[in-house]
Design a protein around this ligand. Structure first.
Ligand code: ZN
Length: 235
């Protein structure tokens, strides 16, 4: 083992290992840090937040203000360093792999739409013109421990919703604005929304399910399908 094998700046190491080393060397047990600082340190890597969460099943204890109310929303607290994942024999600690089949099954079950915001792959976010959504898998219950690998424990999320799963700061919208929109809904839609809230997931309607599947078709077939529907409605 060389010094570079335990240097969080070493881009050749896996992201989870780099995050672990950064926490050990730059934060230290008993100290707080922010996601922004973590992201600024581990550059050029995708899904840094998720890799940090992946340390938890390896015995790392990282608190948010959800389970430690003395923390500010943007603060995280390193309570315990777990398995030394930078050592070869611990590299896979706490990680169970999601099989390619499970991945496909979950996407298909969710009609290739984010279960939180309903966006489909490669669609643009309404509040971010020109953006492109990327789908990934997230766990059903954010509070769970261990890594989720079974279809029932997983759901389709876009990368943005996945990254914000544990963010409590409400960075994009204020509570008052959200409530204003909710209050303006007619009764039956408020009731529907309450159902989604209780399930912590959007329940797809038949038309949304059809839309999600349609969006998976290649462009030529989408055009043909659109024409067929037009013809069907004319007849
Ligand atoms: Zn989403």
């Amino acid at each position: 083992m060389t010094a570079a094998d335990q240097d969080w700046r070493n881009g050749a190491l896996g992201t989870r290992v780099r995050v672990a080393l950064w926490l050990r060397d730059e934060v230290g047990v008993g100290n707080t840090f922010s996601r922004a600082a973590l992201r600024a340190a581990i550059t050029g890597a995708e899904q840094v937040d998720r890799r940090m969460r992946d340390l938890r099943p390896a015995g790392w204890v990282i608190r948010t203000n959800l389970d430690k109310p003395s923390l500010r929303p943007e603060q995280l607290y390193l309570e315990k360093v777990g398995a030394p994942v930078w050592e070869r024999k611990h590299r896979g600690a706490g990680l169970r792999q999601i099989s390619a089949k499970t991945r496909r099954d979950v996407y298909a079950r969710d009609q290739y739409l984010c279960r939180r915001c309903g966006i489909g792959a490669a669609e643009a976010y309404p509040d971010e013109p020109g953006s492109t959504a990327r789908l990934t898998l997230g766990r059903m219950s954010p509070g769970g421990t261990g890594s989720a690998v079974d279809a029932e424990e997983l759901m389709t999320l876009c990368a943005r919703c996945d990254e914000s799963t544990e963010d409590t700061a409400g960075a994009r919208v204020g509570l008052a604005e959200v409530w204003r929109q909710i209050e303006a809904l007619p009764d039956h839609l408020q009731r529907e929304l309450l159902g989604w809230m209780a399930a912590d997931a959007r329940v797809m309607t038949p038309v949304e399910r059809a839309w999600g599947l349609y969006r998976q078709l290649p462009t030529g077939q989408r055009d043909a399908t659109q024409q067929s529907l037009r013809d069907l409605l004319k007849s």
